[in-house]
Design a protein around this ligand. Structure first.
Ligand code: SF4
Ligand code: SF4
Length: 193
C-alpha cells in the first residue's frame, strides 16, 4: 500500500557499458566539487580570522563596576534565581568600614561563580539584575582542557578597573554596552585619569 504519492520508482534496467565504469558519475561528482572551488567559502581560518558577531550576540558574562571602579553587584541573588540552567552561585558579604571605594553598596558578592558548561547564554541574568552589575559581552568563553576551567570565578568575570586600566575597561565594555550606557567621565577616560 502506498502512503504518499511521492514514492520514486526504482529503475532496475541493466547498466550500460559507460555506466559500468562509473566515469560519468565521477565526472558529475568532480564538477560539483569544482563548482564549490569558485564559490564564496563558508568556513574561515579561525583563530587568525574572526567572524563579525551579530549585534544581538550574547557571549561571556562580565561583572560590571561603576565609573569609580566599585563593584556594582550586591549579591541579591536575582540573577541566580532567574538562571534557567542554575549556573550561578554566590556568597554575600557585608561591606566593612573603609571598603566604600571597593563596593557600591553595603552588601557585595564575596564569591561569584558561573559554570560555563551549564550556561546557555540566554541573557536572563542580565535582564534580572536591578543594578546593571552583570551583562553578556561580545566575546565568548575560550576552550579549555578541564571541566574546572569552565567554572568562572569573580576574578575572571570582573571588568577591569575603569581608572586603573581605562583601555582594558573600555575594551571589556564592548561597543554594544558603550552605546547603551554612555560612559560617564568619558573625557577622563580619554585622558587616562
Ligand atoms: S546567560 Fe542564562 S544560563 Fe547563562 S548564567 Fe545567565 S541566566 Fe544563566
Ligand atoms: S549580578 Fe545583579 S542580580 Fe546578580 S546578584 Fe549581583 S546585583 Fe543581584
Amino acid at each position: 500500500m502506498q502512503l504518499t504519492q511521492r514514492a520514486k520508482q526504482v529503475n532496475r534496467r541493466p547498466m550500460t557499458a559507460l555506466e559500468k565504469i562509473y566515469l560519468w558519475n565521477i565526472i558529475k561528482g568532480m564538477s560539483i566539487t569544482l563548482s564549490h572551488f569558485f564559490k564564496r567559502k563558508v568556513t574561515i581560518r579561525y583563530p587568525e580570522q574572526k567572524r563579525t558577531f551579530s549585534e544581538v550576540f550574547r557571549g561571556l558574562q562580565v561583572l560590571n563596576r561603576d565609573e569609580e571602579g566599585r563593584e556594582r553587584c550586591t549579591a541579591c541573588g536575582l540573577c541566580a534565581v532567574a538562571c534557567p540552567a542554575e549556573a550561578i552561585t554566590m556568597e554575600a558579604a557585608e561591606r566593612l568600614p573603609g571598603e566604600e571605594h571597593l563596593y557600591l553598596e553595603e552588601k557585595y558578592a564575596a564569591k561569584f561563580e558561573i559554570n560555563m558548561l551549564r550556561c546557555i547564554f540566554c541573557g536572563l541574568c542580565e535582564e534580572a539584575c536591578p543594578k546593571d552589575a552583570i551583562y553578556l559581552s561580545q566575546s565568548f568563553a575560550p576552550a579549555n582542557y578541564g571541566r574546572k576551567g569552565f567554572i568562572y570565578k569573580k576574578e575572571d568575570l570582573l571588568i577591569p578597573h575603569p581608572k586603573e586600566n581605562p583601555e582594558a575597561y573600555r575594551k571589556a565594555l564592548g561597543e554594544k554596552k558603550q552605546a547603551a550606557v554612555p560612559l560617564p567621565n568619558a573625557s577622563l577616560l580619554e585622558k587616562g585619569n
